[in-house]
Structures are given as C-alpha cells and as structure tokens.
Write a new protein. Structure first.
Length: 258
C-alpha cells in the first residue's frame, strides 16, 4: 500500500507540474518592462591628431525597454510568443582628452565625457518557448527592429591650458555653424553639452536572434535575454551590430482558454 501511495503521489506531482505550465490553446497577454546593457560591435572613435592615431573604444551602455507579448500555448510545455516593444540601444565611451601643440608652455586642451550613442528602436520579437521544469522555460527566435531615431551626445570643456601652472586660463565653446572655437565670457558655464541627430548614418532595420531563460511564479515572469545582432546597422562602419542583454519583469494576463 505504501508503494502504491508513493506512485500515486509521484503521478499527481507530475500532473500538477504539467498543469502549472498551461494547457494547449491558452492565450495570454504579457506586458513587460526591462533594464538592459547594450553595446555596438566594431564601434570606436578614430582620432588622427598631432600625427598620431588614437582609437577610443566603447563600453556597455545601460538602457531600458518596454513592450507587450502575446503568448499562445501550442502544447502544455511549448508556446509561441509575438510582441512589440520600445528598446533603447547603442553604446557609450570612456572619458578622454586631446592636446594641441605646445607654444610657450600653453596648449589647447579638449576634455570629453559622457559620450553616448543612443539608438531608439521599435522591436518585434517572435519566439518559441519550451517549459523544461516547473516555472522555468528557455526560448529562442528572431527579432525584427525598425530604427526610429539615433543621436550622439557628449559633454566637453575646451581651454588654453598652462602647463607651467597646471591651470586653464581661457575657455571656449564649439560653434556648430562656423565650426570654430568661440571664447567664453566670464561667468559662462565651462562644461558644455553637444548633441546631434545622426539617424541618416544608420540603417533603418535591425535583425537579431534572442535567446532567453525565464522563471514564472504567480503570473509574474522574470526573463533574462541575450540578443545576438545579425546584420550591419551602420552606413559608414562595417560589421557594426547590436548586442543587448536584457533583464525584464512581466505579468501574465489570461485571455482565452485559462
């Protein structure tokens, strides 16, 4: 009798586990918000200054995304999702500076910080999910992106720097129309911001392979996803691709068959 009871308990456990994943034919809505880190491959600032070549490499950039998925259970342990989301992508660069030629101990010094490339996308992910354990699933698919806009921005300070006193004596701003330096008046902010829309420098479409692992409890879904870029997204640089790692939280809203 004890052996039969154990067998019955095991069978019941498997039945509960299977039912927890959902039944074939179920349809759900899953809004999601997430935090991501993004980077563009083969993206760097190439400086040819004072006869020397300098390359400033990029770093992973913190970003956000938000959207909604529709999930349909094909089988009790297999589902397909289709969604739409807004995604901020791109990369950032470490702070750097450049110096001009020295003349009587004075040099032009330009300091740059918070250099960011912001790519704003609308993404459409199509994925297949397999529920391998209770609450856990793995997924893979294809994601199509449409570029909405792109912007590059940075902070800068330009000055005449006295190497003998280790002090800056005059400060300048960059005048965009004339592409010249204009001396700042006393009291003007020395730390300046520059931004430019560069949408035309990037291609309008992006394609990635999303790979995911998810955990679900009480209709709350935690999802870790890595998007592998497939196509070149730049019109000016070869082999520039989006790489994105995202952690998101979603909530399942049953629609049909639940």
């Amino acid at each position: 009798m004890k052996i039969r009871s154990i067998i019955v308990a095991i069978v019941a456990l498997f039945a509960v586990e299977a039912n927890a994943q959902g039944r074939a034919g179920q349809l759900s809505l899953i809004p999601r918000v997430g935090f991501s880190i993004t980077q563009l491959t083969n993206d760097y600032i190439d400086l040819n200054f004072n006869g020397m070549q300098h390359e400033i490499g990029n770093r992973w950039k913190p970003a956000v995304e938000a959207g909604i998925d529709v999930e349909f259970m094909i089988l009790s342990r297999l589902s397909v999702t289709a969604g739409a989301k807004y995604s901020l992508q791109g990369s950032k660069f470490k702070d750097f500076h450049i110096e001009g030629d020295e003349n009587n101990g004075m040099v032009k010094l330009a300091q740059f910080s918070r250099y960011n490339t912001d790519l704003h996308y609308i993404q459409v992910p199509l994925m297949l999910h397999a529920y391998i354990l209770k609450g856990f699933s793995i997924g893979a698919g294809i994601q199509f992106g449409s570029l909405v806009s792109a912007k590059e921005s940075f902070n800068y300070m330009i000055s005449d720097y006295n190497k003998q006193t280790n002090r800056s004596e005059k400060f300048y701003r960059f005048d965009r129309p004339s592409k010249t330096l204009v001396e700042l008046a006393e009291g003007e902010d020395r730390f300046l911001k520059y931004s430019e829309t560069v949408t035309d420098a990037y291609k309008g479409t992006d394609m990635t392979i999303p790979l995911s692992i998810s955990y679900e409890s009480e209709d709350v879904i935690l999802d870790l996803r890595y998007n592998i870029g497939l196509n070149n997204i730049s019109k000016e640089v070869e082999k520039m691709r989006n790489n994105v790692i995202t952690f998101s939280i979603g909530y399942r809203i049953p629609l049909l068959g639940n």
